[in-house]
Each structure stands twice: as structure tokens, then as C-alpha cells.
Design a protein around this ligand. Structure first.
Ligand SMILES: Cc1cc2nc3c(=O)[nH]c(=O)nc-3n(C[C@H](O)[C@H](O)[C@H](O)COP(=O)(O)OP(=O)(O)OC[C@H]3O[C@@H](n4cnc5c(N)ncnc54)[C@H](O)[C@@H]3O)c2cc1C
Length: 402
């Protein structure tokens, strides 16, 4: 007889199960597939971006479009530093990259899998593969967990089944009485079909500003022009914070791009006038201004109706204004999204109002706990999603034993 059941063998499930079993409880972990930790395996391009080098909780929570306040209470109990200690005390050292992402020094996600599996074995977690939970019922003294051909009882239950963009996959959690915030995908790049800008694929800009028209959603950072549209950290952040809005408009929207976040409209106007008076005979196409890469500069001039032969002295006020507009507020149509190869997550899941962030226990059903991506928490790319899984998993595991 097991006292604690954990449903889902991902990052959160392993952390919860290990934590619960280390205090001597009999723990069973049920995984519906024939493999555990599959996402850990492929994460971070096979290197597993375990966490992010951000040790100040008030800063860390800003990287979560959903769950910011909830996670504050969670991270104050199990922080990035606790994650580092957990792994290093078990022989897995993490290194930090220049952008703050943290990876095992081995640069292999297998190192992370190995330590989690070894630790689970050490503390006696029983792992059942091909054990897809179909239904859970609340009984007087605990829970009845239904698999396809059998069912059994546990005293406490931790649900760590991860995210899914399909609401029907949450049906059995809804049957327990919990509400699900409708799931939508997060972390994707923007498709801009039929936009000639994509011919400039490969151009990367270090510090842009991008905003979704008709919203207050805007982000700054590197931007990459790809053969299908726009990518890079600024776009991924915008996709995460705008996940719900973009879903609701069927991924059809206009984005405004400022090619350098530091541009000021009036200053640009003055600079263009000054340049024109200083260099009237220069061809516009031949001398990119404001640090804009040459191919992009030529493109922006062309869409401002300035051809390759035009000199500054021939530029009309209308052309000048168009160029200014395209530098400061370039408009591009988004039609669809493409999954980001490195990392994608689900926004939505079990409503946070129904979970106690101090313990991860359900506020509706005592003895039921949640952790990981199954709850309405998600982070941007950079190790934040695993950090949420480790922290919530740890808390669920420790509290389920009380
Ligand atoms: C390609 C990719 C790369 C990523 N890279 C990173 C990264 O480098 N850093 C980062 O922070 N985040 C990354 N993420 C996000 C991160 O992987 C997830 O946020 C994290 O794995 C969530 O952990 P979890 O344990 O909550 O869920 P999951 O890892 O999804 O685990 C849930 C488990 O539950 C099982 N399950 C589901 N339903 C049932 C059921 N009914 N019965 C039994 N078992 C069930 C599933 O099979 C699965 O094994 C990446 C995501 C993807 C897709």
C-alpha cells in the first residue's frame, strides 16, 4: 500500500516524489509513457537549461507571464539557490552562461536525468511506466486512482502531469472539482507570410523594441529576421506575455518595430534633416544611418519609396516622413505562429486561486497537491520553467508528507 501517489514522471513529479519518499513514506510515481523525464532529455537543445542565474525573488518572478504573485511565495521557500544546492550536493554542478541560463557542466541533459533517477531509487520511489491515470476519485480516507485495467488507493495525491494545449486532457482534474484556465500555447515565433522583410533572413538586431498594435504589450531585446518571420528573445517574450491575447485574435495582428529601442522620434527627425543638409549628394542607399545593418537600411529606404539612385537632396518631405516612420514604427502583419525549437510551454492550467502557494495543496480537496506546468504558471525561455517545476515539486512533496 502506497501512502503518496505522484501522477506524471517529469521534472516536477520527480522532485515531488523524491522529496516525499525521503521522509520514509511509500511513494508511487505513475507515468503514462514508457519513459520518464522526456522533456528534460530534449530540453535546452539536449543540454537542459536547469535554471536561471537570478537569485533575487522579486526579479525572478518578473519572468513569469502567469503566476508571478503565486510564485513569490513558492520561491521564498525553494529558490534558485536551493536548486543549485540540491544538484551540487548530489554531484551535479551547474555553470552559468553570459545570458544567465544555467546548464550542467557536462552540457548534457542526461546528467540531470541520471541524478533524478538515482535519487528516486535511493529513497525508494516505485516508478510505474505505461500507467496512464484515467480518473481519480476522492474517498473518505484518501484517493482512488484509476488506470486502464486497475485502480488502487493512496492517502495523498500529487498531480504533476505537465501542460497540454488541449483542455480535454484536464477532464479528470475538472471532475475532481478544479477549474482549468483554458490552455493556450506560449513561447513561439511570429509568422509573417507575404512580407518581403523575410528576404532579409539572418539579420539580427541587438536591441529593438516591439509592440503589438492595439495593446500595451511590448518588449525590448534582440530580434532576428527569419525566413518565416520574426524570432529572437524580444519576440519570444512578447509571445509569452501576449499568449492569451494572440490566441484570441487567432494569431493575426500587427506588430510595430523600433529597430533600436533607444530611438527617439523627434531626435531621429532632427538627425535626418541635419544629415540631409550635410550630405545632400550622398546616395541614401549607400550610407546606412543609426547603426542599421545595410541590407535592412536599403529595405527600409525602398519601402519608404526611396530608390537606389536617390540622393538626400532629392528626398521629398513625404519620403523623409516615411523613412522616419519605418525606422521608428515599422509595421508588420503577423499571420500565424511557429513553435520555438528550443522550448515551448502551455499557458493556462489549474486555476491558482484553488491552490495554496505555501504548500501546493488544493484549497478545495485536502490531501491533493499540484506542481509543475499543470498549474496556471509559465515562464519565458531561459530555465524559468524548470525552476518553477523544481520549486513547486519540492513544496508539494514535502507538504504531502505532513
Ligand atoms: C522541447 C522543449 C524544450 C524545453 N527546454 C526547457 C529548458 O531548457 N529549460 C526550461 O526551464 N524549460 C524548458 N522547457 C519547458 C519544460 O520542459 C517544462 O516546463 C517542464 O518539463 C514541466 O515539467 P512538468 O514536470 O510539470 O511536466 P512534464 O515534464 O511535461 O511531465 C509531465 C509528465 O506527466 C506524464 N503524464 C501526463 N498525463 C498523465 C497521466 N494521465 N497519467 C500518467 N502520467 C501522465 C507525461 O507523460 C509526462 O511525462 C522545454 C520544453 C520543451 C517542449
Amino acid at each position: 500500500m502506497y501512502t503518496i501517489g505522484v501522477i506524471g514522471g517529469g521534472a516536477a513529479g520527480f522532485f515531488a516524489a523524491i522529496q516525499a519518499a525521503s521522509s520514509g513514506h511509500k511513494v508511487i510515481l505513475l507515468e503514462k509513457t514508457s519513459k520518464v523525464l522526456s522533456k528534460v532529455k530534449v530540453s535546452g537543445g539536449g543540454r537542459c537549461n536547469v535554471t536561471h542565474d537570478c537569485k533575487v525573488v522579486s526579479k525572478l518572478i518578473k519572468f513569469y507571464p502567469r503566476g508571478e504573485k503565486f510564485l513569490k511565495k513558492v520561491f521564498l521557500q525553494f529558490s534558485v539557490e536551493d536548486t543549485l544546492k540540491w544538484f551540487s550536493s548530489r554531484g551535479v554542478e551547474l555553470k552559468v552562461e553570459s545570458d544567465g541560463r544555467m546548464f550542467p557542466v557536462s552540457d548534457s541533459s542526461q546528467t540531470v536525468i541520471d541524478v533524478l533517477v538515482r535519487e528516486a531509487e535511493k529513497v525508494g520511489v516505485t516508478i510505474r511506466f505505461n500507467a496512464a491515470v484515467q480518473k481519480v476519485t476522492k474517498e473518505n480516507m484518501g484517493f482512488n486512482v484509476h488506470l486502464i485495467h486497475e485502480h488502487f488507493g493512496v492517502d495523498k495525491l500529487i498531480i504533476t502531469t505537465g501542460g497540454s494545449p488541449k483542455i480535454e486532457n484536464y477532464g479528470w482534474i475538472q471532475s475532481l472539482g478544479h477549474h482549468i484556465v483554458p490552455p493556450v500555447p506560449s513561447l513561439f515565433t511570429f509568422n509573417t507570410p507575404n512580407e518581403p522583410l523575410t528576404e532579409l533572413q539572418g539579420i539580427a538586431l541587438a536591441d529593438t523594441y516591439i509592440r503589438l498594435e492595439g495593446t500595451k504589450l511590448s518588449y525590448e531585446g534582440p530580434l532576428l529576421i527569419t525566413h518565416w518571420g520574426l524570432s529572437g528573445p524580444a519576440v519570444l517574450k512578447l509571445s509569452a506575455f501576449g499568449a492569451k491575447w494572440l490566441h484570441d485574435v487567432h494569431y493575426k495582428a500587427n506588430a510595430h518595430i523600433r529597430w533600436n529601442k533607444g530611438f527617439e522620434e523627434e531626435q531621429l527627425r532632427k538627425d535626418l534633416v541635419q544629415y540631409k543638409s550635410l550630405h545632400p549628394k550622398r546616395k541614401v542607399h549607400s550610407h546606412p544611418l543609426f547603426g542599421i545593418p545595410q541590407r535592412l537600411w536599403i529595405y527600409l529606404a525602398e519601402v519608404s519609396e526611396i530608390n537606389s539612385e536617390s540622393c538626400w537632396m532629392n528626398i521629398s518631405k513625404r519620403q523623409n516622413n516615411k523613412l522616419l516612420e519605418n525606422l521608428f514604427r515599422f509595421t508588420i502583419g503577423i499571420h500565424g505562429k511557429t513553435t520555438f525549437k528550443e522550448e515551448f510551454v502551455t499557458a493556462g492550467g489549474v486555476d491558482l486561486e484553488e491552490i495554496n502557494p505555501q504548500t501546493m495543496e488544493s484549497r478545495l480537496i485536502p490531501g491533493l497537491y499540484f506542481a509543475g506546468e499543470v498549474i496556471n504558471v509559465d515562464g519565458i525561455t531561459g530555465g524559468f520553467n524548470f525552476q518553477a517545476a523544481w520549486s513547486t515539486g519540492f513544496l508539494a512533496g514535502i507538504n504531502a508528507t505532513k
